[in-house]
Design a protein around this ligand. Structure first.
Ligand SMILES: Nc1nc2c(ncn2[C@@H]2O[C@H](COP(=O)(O)OP(=O)(O)OP(=O)(O)O)[C@@H](O)[C@H]2O)c(=O)[nH]1
Ligand SMILES: [Mg+2]
Length: 267
């Protein structure tokens, strides 16, 4: 049994920075995680790269040789990854043992978790290999400054939940940039009436009906809740990690084993 986080979210939401902070945190508490780069366009890393999609295919080559633009090129690369799950990924995974914990740093194009089945197939492959996978969706705290941006971020998260059907943790990243925390609660646990009134304030009256449906969707499902993450604080990273671990039952199996072993048997 292996464990995995699939770190997704809009471009620039802080995925790679999260991965590197997580790596450092784990190193400090003497826990091993392996960070995998799944972004064929990535150029520099603040974490040791355990596996790298660029060894399979690089965006530069695809753009140069096939004439794709950056976004089309990225989708091409990810589809190439999908076609190579049985060889490239399979071979790479052989380097990891049963209890290993992998963190996949994904590209930021939201197409990847809205309508292209690549990540879905990727995850299914991991599951066949006995990995327990949790989606970690990052949204930049700056999205709170504009409720219309925020709701689109929620929709993207919902779409990942629906498409990937996995345990899912939403994170509001870059909390160090938030100075005014007064309205924070409304964004961490959004409620329909508040969202609705804010949306209506920001959009022309013709959107009222749509706003109502959107606000209710986010609220009704109670699926979109965010956990704030402030990378300056070890306690914040620790808390987020414990939530994710809990979702994939990391550590629980080990506990059970110890308990089984310790407890005397009744005759
Ligand atoms: N202040 C602050 N800035 C951050 C934080 N996390 C990331 N950033 C900055 O936000 C920018 C984007 O961060 P990345 O980690 O590269 O974001 P990403 O989601 O990996 O971006 P893509 O891979 O391009 O989608 C960088 O300039 C980071 O320095 C944070 O917690 N606080
Ligand atoms: Mg990145």
């Amino acid at each position: 049994m292996g464990y995995a986080q699939l770190v997704i979210g809009p471009a620039g939401s802080g995925k790679s920075t999260y991965c590197s902070s997580l790596y450092q945190h784990c190193e400090a508490v003497q826990r091993t995680v392996h960070i995998v780069n799944l972004d064929p366009a990535a150029e520099k890393f603040d974490y040791p790269v355990a596996m790298d999609i660029r060894e399979l295919i690089s965006l530069d080559d695809v753009m140069e040789e096939l004439g794709f633009g950056p976004n089309g090129g990225l989708i091409y690369c990810m589809e190439h990854l999908q076609e190579n799950l049985d060889d490239w990924l399979e071979e790479e995974l052989e380097n990891y043992l049963d209890d290993d914990y992998l963190v996949f740093d994904c590209p930021g194009q939201i197409e990847l978790f809205s309508h292209v089945p690549v990540l879905k197939n990727f995850v299914e492959h991991l599951q066949r290999k006995n990995f327990k996978v949790c989606v970690v969706y990052l949204l930049d705290s700056q999205f709170m400054t504009d409720v219309t941006k925020y709701i689109s971020g929620c929709m993207a998260s919902l779409s990942a939940m629906v498409q990937l059907e996995l345990p899912h943790v939403n994170i509001l990243s870059k909390m160090d940039l938030v100075t005014d925390r007064s309205g924070l609660k409304n964004y961490l646990n959004p409620e329909a009436p508040i969202l609705l009134s804010q949306l209506n304030q920001h959009m022309p009256p013709s959107f009222a009906k749509l706003n109502k449906v959107l606000a209710e969707l986010v609220d009704d499902f109670s699926m979109v809740n965010f956990v704030p993450l402030d990378l300056r604080k070890e306690s914040s990273i620790q808390y987020v990690l414990s939530l994710i671990d809990n979702c994939i039952q990391y550590g629980e199996d080990a506990d059970v084993k110890i308990r089984d072993f310790d407890e005397p048997e009744d005759d």
